[in-house]
Design a protein around this ligand. Sequence first.
Ligand SMILES: NC(=O)c1ccc[n+]([C@@H]2O[C@H](COP(=O)([O-])OP(=O)(O)OC[C@H]3O[C@@H](n4cnc5c(N)ncnc54)[C@H](O)[C@@H]3O)[C@@H](O)[C@H]2O)c1
Length: 286
Amino acid sequence: MTDTTPVGVAAALAGLPPARTAFAQFSLQGRVALVTGAHRGIGLELSLALAEAGAIVYCIDLPVTPDADWVKVQEYCAALSEHPNVNTKGRLEYMRGDVTNQKEMWALAEEIVKKEGRLDVAIAGAGIGHVAPCLEYEADDFQKVLNVNLNGVLYTAQAAGRQMDKLGIKGSIILIASIMGSVANPGVQSTAYNTSKSAVLQMARSLACELGEKGIRVNTISPGFIHTSMISFAPPAMTASWVSQIPLGRIGRTDELRGAAMWLASDASTFCTGSDIIVDGGHRAW
Ligand SMILES: NC(=O)c1ccc[n+]([C@@H]2O[C@H](COP(=O)([O-])OP(=O)(O)OC[C@H]3O[C@@H](n4cnc5c(N)ncnc54)[C@H](O)[C@@H]3O)[C@@H](O)[C@H]2O)c1
């Protein structure tokens, strides 16, 4: 559901009343989204951001029922709609799902459409890391990472894209890649992870080219190092070495990815597809 009302200079010159401001372009009021890996970390943060912008967001992850922290975030979101200064009807819903199960993912997206009547946005955020020396990497471990980070991302994009296509919705699909898809990091033995993220970058370009004629956009966000459970394995010396490579001199926070996700999810980015948005404190700048 793209709002085609003229904005900006075009609206002014057409003599339209100033109804749709720059901020309104970011509104997701009336939109429906699914986000995988949304029980915690980056997925949950981006889910809340979309809901704050007005979307009904289905958070998909492995636990059968969400934990107390997730419920707390859901309640926080619900309370926002009661706040006099916040005009959002967005909300968070939870669904159990495994991104490595193609048919299950397709069925979940279908179920969301049955409930809500539409699907406008998908964020493929589920991901796992695994560290092992490249010459010793066990086949099973390698495959496990690819199953989640690569196959799971494809199944998520397919699940959403099939519904958008069926309903004629010019939706936005956002794949969470990583700067590790473009550069390797000295001292981090993550061949499978880096390989999977590199493939996600190319997957997004391929999907964008195929789905462009339907108006469905596909982009990636490549975060740099962000404080979540995923990087908690790193001893202080390793974290310090990462920080020394980041011009802003620190690890990022999950909330610092909200702007890029809201931009890509909304009508503020209607001419953007096949792109990679890097949010990394400058890590890739050198
Ligand atoms: N944290 C970072 O520094 C960083 C940097 C770049 C990219 N990323 C990417 O961001 C995404 C989110 O990572 P995070 O840092 O929030 O990590 P996280 O470990 O906190 O969250 C990942 C979530 O994915 C879920 N998940 C794993 N396997 C799944 C499956 N098969 N089906 C459904 N859900 C599954 C987990 O249960 C978890 O809730 C990942 O794709 C990750 O690769 C993270």
